[in-house]
Design a protein around this ligand. Structure first.
Ligand code: FMN
Length: 170
């Protein structure tokens, strides 16, 4: 079986730490890390299953490295590919844009024909608006290290088990 492509910025700090926990749970042999800062279209083509790490920056926007990478993949095929998206956010300081980046990425994937998996409940979070919210779910996993770090390990554990099933790997 092909590896899961884990796309994130190797320069990120908080995101990087969460990715390491995920890889531990998934098994290193099942994962390939891709640095979005230097990734090419060919890196994207290699996988069927993806974890995209998308923290929110600049009051509800994608980090620059994602903005710069998306044009490199937007004309490639997303058909039969599954994407699980997670991202850091801060519900206390950015309650009107909480984890918007996760929502922006989900919209991008879906508008290009890919399938987004790994939706999670919004229970336990307090904010005003999130572009990542659909009904009572986020279209991915929201991690708030600033305010809810005590929940992070369990949230990751549950989500990884969930997406492994949704990817059809376990
Ligand atoms: C300048 C700045 C802007 C931010 N904007 C948002 C935001 O709009 N929405 C949100 O939920 N979190 C926001 N955050 C919080 C980050 O998403 C959060 O700290 C995340 O864990 C950062 O991950 P990273 O260090 O891996 O980039 C912001 C943080 C900074 C420093």
């Amino acid at each position: 079986m092909k590896k899961i492509g884990i796309f994130y910025s190797f320069r990120s700090i908080k995101t990087h730490q969460q990715v390491k926990k995920m890889i531990k749970q998934l098994g290193e042999e099942n994962c390939e890390e891709v640095d979005v800062d230097v990734a090419t279209g060919d890196d994207f083509k290699k996988f069927d299953h993806y974890i995209l790490a998308v923290p929110t920056w600049f009051d509800g926007e994608l980090p620059n490295y994602w903005d710069e990478y998306l044009p490199a993949i937007e004309d490639l095929s997303f058909k039969n590919k599954k994407f699980a998206i997670f991202g850091g956010g801060d519900q206390k300081n950015y309650p009107e844009n909480f984890v918007d980046g996760v929502g922006i990425m989900a919209e991008f994937i879906e508008s290009h024909g890919g399938t987004v998996v790994g939706f999670t409940s919004t229970d336990g979070y307090t904010y005003e608006y999130s572009r990542a919210q659909r009904g009572n779910q986020f279209v991915g996993l929201a991690l708030d290290i600033e305010n809810q770090s005590a929940y992070t390990s369990d949230r990751i554990k549950n989500w990884i088990a969930q997406i492994n099933k949704e990817f059809g790997r376990k």
